[in-house]
Write a protein of this length. Sequence first.
Length: 295
Amino acid sequence: PLAILGSANMDLVAYVPRAPRMGETVTGRTFRTIPGGKGANQAIAAARAGGDVTMIGAVGDDLFGSEIRATLTEAGVGTTALRTVPGATGTAHIVVDDNGGNTIVVVPGANDTVTFLAEGDEARIAAAGALLLQLELPMEGVLAGARAARSHGVRTVLTPAPTQPMPTELLQLTDLLVPNEHEARALTGTEDPYEAARLLLDQVPEVVVTLGAKGSLYAARGAEPVTMPAFPVRAVDTTAAGDTFVGALAVACGQGRSMADAMAWASAASALSVQCAGASSSMPTRTRIDAFHKE
Ligand code: ADP
């Protein structure tokens, strides 16, 4: 099984001809609510890819909270460790203009209450093959999860997003770091992703850098790097490509596949997801990933 400790948000997306300036009102074309947040996205991606997944996190006692819980359940994610706390669920207020550009306001809401592990969470982590972490929860909560995983010998997979300074301890508790190329640059100050990966190996034993349409690369201490091209597809929405990749990668690694195999399979999963609109709603099932991967 896989455990995910992370954020759950409702994305509130308004599609507009152009974004309003401060003090201005514009009329939008359409509006959608889409369950999101990096934690929930990775959980849904992993469950749809065939993983046995438990999500640890929090939603508020509002309608968005129940909607997110229902979406996770429908995707096959275990939600007994998803707390419902008084107050608002996390929201991301997204304005997308006709050029595809966007502005986003994130209000963490319930996610900000995840500063500790609740009863039973440590046992869930201990029972998992890996713990997936991102940086959309309070750092104390992320650290608590990483410490629990390490103390039970459970592999930790950290997506260092959104970009922010991290305590050294968190990197010391990380087994596999999965930055995208922007995050890799922010962490190392280096443009070249190979060089960035090499530098990151001073801090963590294994790194996968995702490079968007350019694919991904894997580096580990004392091993030859692996590069994996992306599948050539027509991308219409790359939101959560990285979360889909990580979710599928963790499922494949949990089945004992080699890193090269797991990366190829995760590339197939994310290539499928970028071909349709929406984040969680576009994540492919294991059957679809297998079929596309074999083509
Ligand atoms: P993030 O969403 O975190 O920025 P990336 O953009 O690096 O992550 O994408 C993660 C993975 O998704 C890539 O390594 C690649 O395999 C796949 N991917 C992303 N964009 C495309 C694309 N345009 N075409 C095909 N695959 C893509």
